[in-house]
Design a protein. Structure first.
Length: 144
């Protein structure tokens, strides 16, 4: 299975000058945990629930701060044809819950979240009864 098969393509994005409060409101309204910060057609960064939590915990009033000051600007992207195991491993290694998917020319075409990975894993387990049994054995072993 490939990233393009499970990615979300109805992207939530904002310009760098949008305030943290405005971005948080959009994320809440759309029910997403990440917003792509776009400078025109280029990915400038990503702002996530974790970033909002970190800012809030600082005790400062960050509502009027531009999202460009709060976003993560070094963003790893996945190619659309990347294998899901690679995507999952990359997300684990980077400690991220969202991974943008970008074409060769750098255009963001989607985003994969942990929720998308869980849904894909569930679909695979439902399709292959042996996979479900193996998953149960792993979970049982992990619980010991």
């Amino acid at each position: 299975m490939r990233a393009a098969e499970i990615m979300q393509s109805d992207l939530v994005s904002c310009p760098p000058g949008m305030t943290v409060a405005e971005v948080a409101r959009v994320m809440s309204e759309r029910g997403v945990g990440a917003c792509l910060v776009m400078d025109g057609t280029q990915l400038a960064g990503i702002f996530t629930e974790r970033d909002l939590l970190r800012l809030t915990a600082s005790g400062q009033d960050v509502r009027a701060r531009p999202v460009s000051e709060a976003m993560i600007s070094r963003v790893t992207t996945a190619p659309p044809d990347s294998d899901l195991l690679w995507v999952a491993d990359t997300m684990r290694r980077l400690h991220v819950r969202h991974l943008p998917v970008a074409s060769e020319d750098g255009m963001v075409v989607g985003i994969v979240s942990l929720r998308d990975l869980f849904a894909a894993a569930e679909a695979v387990l439902r399709l292959d009864p042996r996979g479900a049994e193996a998953a149960r054995e792993v979970l049982a072993a992990a619980g010991r």
